[in-house]
Design a binder for this molecule. Structure first.
Ligand SMILES: NC(=O)C1=CN([C@@H]2O[C@H](COP(=O)(O)OP(=O)(O)OC[C@H]3O[C@@H](n4cnc5c(N)ncnc54)[C@H](OP(=O)(O)O)[C@@H]3O)[C@@H](O)[C@H]2O)C=CC1
Ligand SMILES: CC(=O)N[C@@H](CCC(=O)OP(=O)(O)O)C(=O)O
Length: 345
């Protein structure tokens, strides 16, 4: 089976990474590639890494250009997806890399995004309990945010097994590509390289409600999340450090019982690698791959579980998660087109 795929937002970081992965996917034929201000330019002039598509000319993103494909990936700024989704029938699988359809709670959407809620689609994190069943056969997929992918996979086994209290603290560092291509290059050079700084501090980041949603669903109770993102001087990667107080019985059971909960949650997951004890995740090790590295430690003095994860924000954190979810939705082998090995050094 070959599916014909269109990518809207092909000139951006998420769209470019989606194309890179799709070019290695044996079940895919690439149809329309569209953009906004770059329409009319060749793909090679804006995505020089995509040698196989260098001569393709970017079309203007429109429903007409996207119609007639089996699958459409939307890698557009927030708020742009709903209009295209309305115009594409349910025979087309739409995989939205943006945030528009991730949240279930309209009030949370309005508070953090400041616009009307467009709706909720099946959530493209196949590793979450029940997610594969929901994604299979679906024609709409909301790809998670990059931080929520990293943090949810670091923490959910602990909540699912009720090892920790429902109050989580997360500090995560992201490479600058997380901000999209629009980030001014002079800011990148002068203010980001050679420095690290937080943003969205104090519960203000829009991924906070997504994290609360994911962890609360798994925990079966409301989980609060104190989330502090930081910008790191590197192009790609997220390193998320998460901690929560262990419930007394989990603390008494000891670190081996905690590790067992993670080992069993991830035993059959192709893209999540629980590292051997003592080895810690690094962004370099997952660069360009769809793999998530996870490690945990029990801090007995603080009574806390510390969970660390690393993902490539553009691969598992966006485009890889999108392609993985497409595979699940279409009933294809889940690993198709998805690298498991990184490119370090
Ligand atoms: N970067 C990341 O790590 C992640 C990104 N995402 C999501 O993916 C989506 C794309 O992000 P990213 O690739 O980083 O962003 P970029 O800024 O790199 O790319 C944005 C893309 O959208 C196009 N575009 C801009 N304005 C419009 C418009 N008004 N109508 C239609 N198309 C438009 C741009 O076209 P042109 O360049 O031709 O103007 C470009 O192709 C966003 O929703 C983002 O939140 C999700 C997870 C992680
Ligand atoms: C470093 C950086 O700026 N990262 C982005 C998150 C990127 C992401 O996941 O995007 P969406 O939720 O927008 O799809 C941010 O903090 O806004």
């Amino acid at each position: 089976m070959t599916v014909r795929v269109a990518v809207a937002g092909a000139s951006g970081y998420a769209g470019g990474e989606t194309l890179r992965l799709l070019l290695s996917h044996p079940g895919v034929e690439i149809g329309a590639v569209t953009a906004h201000s770059s329409a009319g330019r060749t793909l090679g002039s804006v995505q020089p890494q995509l040698a196989e598509l260098a001569d393709r000319v970017l079309g203007k993103t429109s429903a007409a250009a996207l119609r007639g494909h089996d699958v459409v990936f939307l890698a557009l700024p927030h708020g742009q997806s709903a209009a295209y989704a309305r115009e594409l029938g349910s025979e087309t699988l739409i995989v939205d890399c943006g945030a528009d359809f991730r949240l279930r709670d309209p009030a949370a959407w309005e508070r953090f995004y400041g616009s009307e809620h467009a709706g909720t689609w099946p959530y493209g994190l196949p590793e979450l309990p029940g997610a594969r069943e929901e994604l299979k056969g679906s024609t709409r997929i909301a790809v998670p945010g990059c931080y929520p992918t990293a943090v949810t996979l670091a923490l959910f086994p602990a909540h699912a097994a009720r090892l920790v209290e429902p109050e989580v603290v997360v500090v995560a560092a992201s490479g600058t590509s997380g901000a999209g291509r629009a980030l001014e290059s002079h800011l990148l050079g002068a203010e980001v390289m050679g420095s690290m700084s937080p943003y969205g501090v104090g519960g203000g980041h829009r991924h906070t409600p997504e994290l609360v949603q994911n962890l609360s669903l798994v925990a079966g109770e409301r989980v609060t999340v104190s989330f502090t993102p930081t910008l790191a001087p590197m192009p790609r990667g997220i390193l998320a450090t998460c901690s929560a107080r262990l419930r007394p019985e989990a603390l008494a059971a000891g670190p081996d019982a905690v590790r067992e909960a993670y080992a069993s949650a991830y035993a059959d997951e192709p893209f999540v690698r629980l590292l051997p004890p003592g080895q810690w995740p690094s962004t370099a090790a997952v660069l360009g791959s769809n793999t998530v590295q996870v490690q945990i430690a029990v801090d007995p003095d603080a009574g806390r579980l510390v969970c660390v994860s690393a993902v490539d924000n553009l691969t598992k954190g966006t485009a890889g998660g999108a392609v993985q979810s497409m595979n699940v939705a279409l009933g294809l082998p889940e690993r198709l087109g998805l690298p498991m090995n990184g490119v370090t050094p």
